[in-house]
Design a protein around this ligand. Sequence first.
Ligand code: GTP
Ligand code: MG
Length: 299
Amino acid sequence: MLNALVGEKLAIISPKPQTTRNRIQGIVHLPKGKGHSGGQVVLIDTPGVHKPDSSLGRKMMVEVREALEGCDLVLVIMDVSHKFDPRDQFALGLVKQSGTKTFLVLNKIDLIREKSKLLPLIEDYRKLHDFAEVIPISALKRKGLDTLLELVIQSLPSGPAYFPEEQSTDQPARFMAAEIVREQVLLNTREEIPYATTVIVDNFEEGSKLTRIAATIYCERQSQKGILVGKGGQMLKKIGTGARLQIERMLGTRVFLELYVKVEPGWRDSRAFVEELDWRRQLEQRMVAQIVTPDKTEG
Ligand SMILES: Nc1nc2c(ncn2[C@@H]2O[C@H](COP(=O)(O)OP(=O)(O)OP(=O)(O)O)[C@@H](O)[C@H]2O)c(=O)[nH]1
Ligand SMILES: [Mg+2]
């Protein structure tokens, strides 16, 4: 939904739950037009609300709470093709606690064959919470998005623009590249591997024609490393090619992507390691490093 509203691929997507691990902002710029004074909507995409069982999970829930602080409106997105379950109740509890105005966005209406079932479903959802609006959409088929955006705009206070018009996200390309590699891991591996992997970009040198990137895929066990590398390096090659093509599209340059795989036993339960993954923190550390040693101008 974030990608469809912004009109760019900012958030990686996979069929596996807990794909998103960090919050990122996506900016929708609204041009001045008839009856419209223009403006911008800053959407914050968060990890999915869940009960965490690792340091990583706890950090993901911190990301959710930080996003809830100070926002003007909450959009709770539910999948209409799934039955409401106790985990959804847990998510609603968080929203109720925040006391912020909330819309319920019912996504994936393209999966409902009998459209007559939609209205009674909306009525059922309305019983769960005092939603200001319930809006059915299909992010995939781009249905209902204009209505959603219109209702969102009406709910926002006016104020100064936060971002220049050419900016669509707060997440720098370096970290987007790590996410794109992780998306390829999610799409090409199964079972525990998608959850046991993370990606850190070690080097990012952007040139006008060529961008050189080196990144490390971390996993938790030697056996996982074996699968990630694959026979004769085939899997790593597949992940690398898929990621490279997407990063090239994003940057508009050729990309030379070097990938490494390392085992870091139990990283998901290491608070220190999980903190290191936070791109905002990495960005801060890089800025400090540049001030201390300004000749180290890499990426
Ligand atoms: N049919 C259908 N599938 C959709 C639609 N929107 C998203 N999907 C699919 O739903 C799955 C999950 O999408 P994500 O964008 O990863 O979902 P998310 O809510 O961000 O989930 P997490 O990041 O894991 O918390 C993917 O397989 C998408 O292709 C839609 O409107 N219709
Ligand atoms: Mg996501």
